[in-house]
Design a protein around this ligand. Structure first.
Ligand code: 26W
Length: 798
């Protein structure tokens, strides 16, 4: 956009004056943030309105990305960057003597997601706008997003995250003219109306009002603004008599109060089903309404609309769409079904069966009586069709939607849509040959892969400004618009001056993180040490515990031999555990107590440090990731669908230490075997153990004295204040046969870590590897991932 610094300063002072009745020197960072946001909104409003007008004038096809999670983090800096005024604002603030960083930090993270799934959804919103495709988000406006994590006495404590703060969500706009009603509970009877058409009659249904709040998604310097629509719930005035007490009202508000904090196992809770249905129904209702404004027939809605089901949480969509088309708009079953299948598509994000949603049929029927009838009908027609096609009965049983008194949501999403995709090559292969094998035999053409990606702008230009400048100095600034230009860095792999510059940049990022660590934890760490980082949700399959086993080994090595020749290491963790996930919380407690032991043991001479940073979120990731030397991606092969932080680490020059899992495999393909450190069993070796049932962790433990010593450390009193956690962990490894094969992979992990130690001593070699990682990270831009979705699944035009 066209704006001079002088004009901006005038606008800013005026707005501050009007809004806060104060002048710049007196304003707090929060006041300045709110004012700046207000002004930025004014700058882009016309573009936003224009975009919506043009889309409907040109009857453009729109894809709607339905997701129960969106995890954008902070929006100010990315909005400024994408509008093309970030540098200008920074300069203006410098002139005004305003600390831009303080202002930026005044914004609360928009943390409406658990982890990878939600962050990916937010990345896709950014990339849709940046590539220019009409793609809109549809989700929930949680008053408190994911919980805020505090560590007290080493334990995780969960607090509500009041992210609205004193400013509210400065980016959103309430859209009263788009409210719709959503019906729950009650009884439904089918009756013929005057025209003889069968229609449902609802009795005693609860009617709730869905109110949309739109959050703009600004494309990178292209004048495109898409929309992320988040729904809130309200009690319609005409029904207020039904909610006489505060408690009644609170029960309604609960629907959009919090995000379920479990991203590892599914719980069949009524409130969660209501959340899922509420956002799905509200979204689909407004989509149909705005489509009909184009004056086109409903049966071909798929020509102008795609609905994407992000994991199973919005998987009620095919049934709800059928309900709307048939009950509300009078389409025949067959026409409605054709439209539904052509409109819907689905992404699977995990092969862990405990995370696949299945609803108890009675609960489903109680909450959604009419949708339940439709699900039964879809199911019985599916079974009839398959039987007619002579599909084997066991395949039909494995793929049908309703069985064992449960509604299988993934099955509904697959049958009710035209596309199923996994999120990395290996993951998609596993879906085809294992998790969704029977579906693959029925519908081979529905299956496709879309390897995840990341918004490179946030992880380089915003999170790593010094690195970005070093890249500019080496290959020019073209990469800021076209990330594939990063490949030019390959030509500088042997340029000592360039390598040295990048090495220094990493050091600076480490110094920033070291300062944060000191300030928040009191732990002093040296930037000469290897910063070895594992940040992600805490889950057994991600194997933070394998990392811990290695730390304990180093601890004993140093206790035995204080002069052990090793490059000093700082192990950095960040992880939230689901509040009900006992084992994960025990691992957090253990890491913290181990950190206390190690960090306070002077005999280790500072060669080993362990840091657990509380409340890992997108903003903290922006500080941590560019400062990492080593990126720990050590999940048991086959378990991590893709991973996306692995891509962010690569792009900012960390060396990946990984198993052949998820997108790690594709990272290795890009960067080459010499520039990544791989260890452990591959997926075939893991599956071989599953088939042969031949893994016996106690045997491994008893026969390997190093492993025995490390594992015994959990129960022999070495680590104070963690007795019960220590024995729980010990039992998981020995009595419960080490479900994720930590002990089996331990020796190769240790060897890989020793290799890292050796590599790091050769500063030039390390810097070269780091540079080559950055140079070849362009493959993982979510701009390309979303282009593949747009072209191959949704069939959109730019
Ligand atoms: C029902 C509870 C629940 C909630 C969320 C179960 C499962 C989930 C998600 C599927 C968990 C998730 O975030 N999966 C991650 O998705 C990322 C984006 O595709 C991948 O990169 C990660 O590997 C995958 O774990």
């Amino acid at each position: 956009m066209q704006l001079t610094k002088e004009q901006f300063i005038r606008d800013f002072k005026d707005t501050l004056h009007e809004e806060q009745l104060i002048k710049v020197p007196a304003a707090t960072p929060t006041e300045i943030f709110a004012t700046l946001a207000k002004l930025v909104r004014k700058y882009y409003t016309d573009t936003w309105i224009d975009r919506n007008r043009k889309l409907s004038e040109n009857q453009e096809k729109i894809a709607y990305y339905f997701s129960i999670e969106f995890l954008p983090g902070r929006m100010l800096e990315t909005n400024l960057l994408n509008l093309g005024i970030l540098d200008l604002v920074k300069e203006a603030f410098a002139d005004l003597d305003v600390d831009f960083n303080a202002v930026k930090n005044a914004e609360h993270d928009m943390a409406l997601g658990n982890g990878g799934l939600g962050r990916l959804a937010a990345a896709f919103m950014d990339s849709l706008a940046t590539t220019g495709y009409p793609g809109f988000g549809n989700g929930l406006r949680y008053k408190y997003g994911l919980f805020k994590q505090r560590i007290v006495d080493g334990y995780q404590v969960e607090l509500p995250d009041s992210w609205f703060g004193s400013t509210g969500n400065v980016w959103e706009i309430r859209k009263d003219h788009d409210v719709v009603d959503v019906k729950l509970f009650g009884d439904v009877q089918l009756q013929a109306n005057e025209e003889g058409r069968i229609i449902p009659v609802y009795k005693n249904a609860q009617v709730l009002r869905a109110v949309p709040y739109d959050v703009p998604q600004i494309g990178f310097k292209n004048g495109v603004i898409n929309n992320l629509r988040l729904w809130d719930v309200e009690i319609p005035e005409e029904y207020e008599l039904n909610y006489p007490t505060i408690a009644d009202r609170r029960r309604v508000q609960d629907i959009t109060a919090t995000l379920y904090p479990d991203d590892s196992s599914y719980e069949g809770k009524e409130l969660r089903l209501i959340q899922e249905y509420f956002m799905t129904s509200a979204g689909l209702q407004t989509i149909i309404k705005s489509y009909l404004k184009l004056g086109r027939p409903l049966e071909t809605i798929y020509e102008k609309v795609s609905v994407h089901i992000n994991d199973t949480h919005p998987a009620v969509a095919p049934a709800e769409f059928m309900r709307l088309l048939i009950d509300d708009y009078g389409l025949s079953w067959d026409k409605a079904w054709e439209a539904t299948v052509k409109t819907m598509s689905y992404t699977n994000h995990t092969i862990l069966s405990e995370a696949l949603e299945k609803w108890d049929a009675n609960l489903f029927k109680t909450v959604l009586p009419r949708v339940y009838q439709i699900v039964l009908e879809i199911d019985s027609r599916f079974v009839a069709e398959m039987t007619q096609n002579n599909v084997a009965t066991d395949i039909i049983e494995n793929t049908r939607i309703v069985k064992d008194n449960q509604i299988h949501m993934a099955n509904l999403a697959i049958i009710g849509g035209h596309s199923v995709n996994g999120v990395a090559k290996l993951h998609t292969e596993l879906l085809k040959e294992d998790t969704l094998r029977d579906f693959y035999t029925l519908y081979p053409d529905k299956f496709n892969n879309k390897t995840n990606g990341i918004v490179q702008r946030r992880w380089t230009q915003i999170a790593a400004p010094e690195l970005s400048e070093a890249i500019d100095a080496t290959i020019g600034t073209g990469w800021r618009r076209d990330i594939h230009e990063l490949q030019k860095l390959n030509d500088f792999a042997d340029d000592k001056a360039v390598l040295d510059q990048f090495y220094q940049v990493k050091k600076e990022a480490k110094a920033k993180l070291a300062a944060y660590i000191l300030e928040t934890t009191g732990i002093e760490v040296s930037t000469d040490a290897i910063f070895d980082v594992q940040v992600k949700r805490l889950h057994a399959y991600k194997r933070q515990l394998l990392n811990v086993l290695h730390i304990i080994k180093l601890y004993w090595d140093l206790k035995d031999n204080p002069d052990k020749d090793m490059v000093p290491r700082v192990f950095i963790f960040g992880a939230k555990a689901a509040p009900g996930y006992h084992f994960a919380k025990s691992v957090i407690k253990l890491i913290n107590e181990l950190a206390n032991l190690i960090n306070n043991d002077a005999s280790l001479q500072g060669k080993l440090k362990v840091v657990f940073l509380e409340n890992y979120n997108v903003s903290l990731a922006e500080l941590i990731i560019p400062a990492a030397d080593v990126s720990e991606q050590i999940s048991l092969a086959s378990k991590e669908a893709s991973g996306t932080s692995n891509m962010k680490f690569m792009m900012t020059g960390a060396i990946t230490l990984a198993t052949l899992d998820g997108a790690n495999i594709e990272i290795k393909d890009e960067v080459g075997d010499d520039n990544i450190v791989i260890f452990g069993m591959d997926k075939d070796a893991v599956y071989h153990h599953y088939e042969a049932h031949d893994y016996y962790s106690r045997g491994v433990y008893e026969n390997n004295p190093v492993i025995k010593r490390v594992v015994d450390t959990f129960v022999n009193g070495t680590i104070p204040n963690a007795q019960s956690e220590g024995s729980e962990i010990y039992e998981s490894l020995i009595a419960y046969n080490d479900e994720y094969f930590l002990l089996e992979d331990f020796p190769s992990y240790v060897a890989a870590q020793e290799y890292i130690d050796a590599l790091y001593r050769d500063k030039e070699k390390w810097a070269r590897m780091s540079l080559l990682n950055i140079a070849n990270s362009d493959k993982f831009t979510s701009d390309d991932t979303i282009t593949a979705y747009a072209e191959e699944i949704w069939n959109l035009r730019k």
